[in-house]
Ligand binder design. Sequence first.
Ligand code: ZN
Length: 79
Amino acid sequence: MDGCFWHGCPIHATQPRQNAKFWRDKIATNQARDRLVTRQLRARGWRVLRLWEHELTRKYERRLLARLRRIGLLDASTA
Ligand SMILES: [Zn+2]
């Protein structure tokens, strides 16, 4: 589960005005590590599903369930 701020969510990422460069670099580093870890796990045969923090809220519930059904992690008959 990726925090919207810490991992640079395309919808909710905010850009702090204080220490802007520090935060940009920090989040870019986190994203690079996310990609690396995902690649390494997949190379070892893991199935990796990265979720945004916001996807675990009521507002995004239907979308998340649809996503899980699409990739076969949820039975199609599940509401
Ligand atoms: Zn988000």
